[in-house]
Ligand binder design. Sequence first.
Ligand code: ADE
Length: 245
Amino acid sequence: MFFHVLTLFPEMIMDGLDTSILGRAMEKGCIRAEAVNIRDYTLDKHQKVDDYTYGGGAGMLMQAQPVYDCTQAVIDRIQKDKLFQEQETASVRVIYVTPQGRVFNQQMAEEFAKEEDLIFLCGHYEGIDERALEEVVTDYVSIGDYVLTGGELPAMVMIDAIARLVPGVLNNDESAMTESFGNGLLEYPQYSRPQVWRKKEVPPVLLSGNHKLIEEWRLEKSIERTKERRPDLYEKWRAEHDHCK
Ligand code: ADE
């Protein structure tokens, strides 16, 4: 999987992705990431990439030309690499990170994880000229109903969630964590040593060694927790399970 992030702040992306599990995955070659500076594509002699909005209103808008040229250059490069490697070329998904998009979730992460290349387009200021978006964007995606100052953090959130689904990125211990959302429920509570801490004991069933009982207890706790903390998810899960009966 190769993540291409188009941004005005490339160092923010590379600093964020270079650390921890994703950094290790890049070293291992399971994933690749590049940050492409949209400013490098402006034809303006002062390197300007933004301007006032027609019709008035506060703030500046990223202009169509640098965004369009930058995206096309990256798409062309991806397609040429594919041809060079004698692979079939397919259209590349261009994700515009915006609060006006579909809200990102685990199912979307799984869908995006199937792609070989993903382009994330990060906006700044008041956004991007609509005409460039119409030309290049295939998916409008938000990370939640709140507004951030730019698309870089949302892009990194999505890349993290997608990358951990790419084979080889997580080791076995870490992969086990996938269970938490994989079944549509929140994860059950977990405990480590010591057995008693501040007079609180680890639930005895977890010390019983009876795997069937432990599994039942964990499912019960997952259901309880989901019902209490995320009634919306619980209802969805219940509807699916009723349907299976
Ligand atoms: N850009 C600004 N806010 C955002 C959000 N909530 N999701 C995605 N992109 C954004």
